[in-house]
Design a protein around this ligand. Sequence first.
Ligand code: NAP
Length: 263
Amino acid sequence: MTIKDYVVMEKAKLKTLVESMPVKPHLFIIQVNDDEASTTYVNGKLRDCAEVGVRADLMKLPITISQADLIKEIDKLNKNPDVHGLIVQMPLPKQIDEEAIKFAVNPLKDVDGFHPFSKMTACTPKGIVDYLTFEGITFQGKNAVVIGRSNIVGKPLAKLLTSKNANVTILHSKTKPEDMNFYLEHADIVCIAIGHKGFLTGEHLKKTAVVVDVGINRFEGKLYGDAEPNLNVALQTPVPGGVGLLTRLTLIKNLIEAYQHGI
Ligand code: NAP
């Protein structure tokens, strides 16, 4: 099944679940930037919420806001029992430390899964593992290679794959090319999240490999992944229409989970 069809099916299930809830889960998004890509992501999240029937609000704050004032706003929402999920859209203006903001969100409401004590798993890794599981991919004893070690994708994805008993190797910008080739040749599952258009070619991959392309690279008005498209492998997630959709779907799942923790 394509990721698009999978997401439509999963959203329909979530909509039915939400219809049965007397009080609807409520997401609150804080945006502190005029960034075009962020606005597109925020609008996408608001549309998803409307589609599934959960409540969503957006608060836009001036880009000159101080870190202390932003934390005060977060704190009000942390304490508001009517708000079940809270997102602070990244990136943030230079005067604000993103890590401090991730720590400021109540872990019970942290639907992005960025806080170290969050009850929820980060959206992109969880979305990937849920989809691969739906596709019948198993993880136990598989060689999984994660290229990229960011706190929002690479590291939590490696952790999640480890919890599924995969043999996980994390590669990064300091990995020697010959070592990267070695690990790719032995990989059953390759997840790439580095932000380099077409970095992963099929050269060293097994035909039975599964390739998860997390990268989103804008080039001449179009979106490209970190892998070359149409590799000769068993399964490859496309860009666009791939991991981005899974991430958005998982945000709604995490919101419902946060709501259920709170009742
Ligand atoms: P990031 O914070 O930009 O970090 C990039 C990672 O890639 C770093 O760990 C870096 O290694 C590694 N890297 C860079 N160049 C490399 C190279 N030549 N070889 C091997 N590793 C290399 O990462 P991110 O925030 O996870 O984003 C990565 C990509 O995923 C971006 O395109 C982003 O837009 C996309 N993304 C997509 C979604 C989605 O829902 N589809 C969600 C989040 C991010 P070092 O640690 O050594 O610097």
